[in-house]
Ligand binder design. Sequence first.
Ligand code: UGA
Length: 413
Amino acid sequence: MASLGHQVIAVDIDSRKIAHFNEGTLPFYEPGLAELLSKINKSDLTFSTNFSDISECEIHFLCIGTPQSEDGLQADLSALESAFHSVVEMARPGSIIVGKSTVPVGTAERFAAALEESNPKVLLNWNPEFLREGHAIADTLQPNRIVIGARTEKEAERLTSFYEEISPETPVYITNFPTAELVKVAANAFLATKISFINAMSEVADATGADVSLLADAIGADDRIGRKFLGAGIGFGGGCLPKDIRAFLARADELGLSESLHFLQEFDLINQRARVRAVALALKELGVPQGKKIAVLGAAFKPDSDDVRDSPALEIAETLHTLGAHVVVHDPRALESAAKKIPDLTYSNSIEETLTGADLTMHLTEWVNYRELDPAIIRKLVNVPTIFDGRNVLDTGNWQSAGWKLLALGRPL
Ligand code: UGA
């Protein structure tokens, strides 16, 4: 927003994050963001821990995380509720509050009713966020759709014209609150469904000798199906897809609709099984894990991110470590966040050191760096040239002709 010429104040109660931004450093990795921030005029973008700084603002975006609750499947809205109440207290008449967080359907109407009671001259819109980590800037500046939920069409007008300036080509959908909230969770549920569907096919492929990657290519060639998000492997992780399908299940249960969404529970289980299948394959290959070195390539839940929340790569590494193997984890960006989450594992920022003497190499996050490795050169580093391609993106022929044995889920290699 600041790069487009708006005056922006970013507020967070996490003083460590705010201190980072004030010093001009980022507390997380997102490609291109540091460069973009360095180009922005300091007076156009300020950072604060104090909600009183927002009293003159015209639009208040709520960009608060809604993680899974510690005691169940439902989303924990406590941080969002607290930020919302702080903003309501400060918002001046005529301003609008825009919810971007992913929330259980029904939340926006509840917030709008609270706002009507305590600050009636302020409007609420619900405007779900669809950005992907690793593509945050492009997804923000050129979004593929904008959804604005409001009580009436008129109440959506100001936000609509605000977005028209940013991205005039982007289709805008003006909806009621429940539709806006549901578009977001339905989109993530559909993406999770695609991934788990192909991983279910991978289980069938394992039992029958079929090749799930070729199967995905062939069904994906039908543009009604599409090849995107049919990448079989160790499954989805991160701070969104897993917790969003669980929160959706919890909400459906409250609405008396558990049967309608029951399939999501199956897809969650297929996703978790992919991690178990990867560990089983490693153990089958290694025999006794004690005394064996496993080189793990990747800790982040996906490439171009340092996020390790619910990362399949890190969970597989941790399980193999717990079973007694000597696991060394490499990642181009996520080592710090991984070490904070699982301090017991061994981490290395050198691919060479990670691979040296390995009895098994596991490729678990599809960073482009790993695809660019020369299998002939790194073959000389390892003890046993066997690699598990947990993301099905390595050039099989290239690795095999350099003398590697390839392992994968759902592919007879
Ligand atoms: C996801 C959605 O894609 C965004 O549209 C949404 O805005 C965001 O959640 C959110 O709710 O905030 P993100 O969590 O950044 O974005 O990650 P994705 O790109 O969706 O990938 C999720 C996981 O699925 C990753 O672990 C990835 O490795 C895995 N994946 C993806 C597969 O296993 N196979 C595939 O074919 C594609």
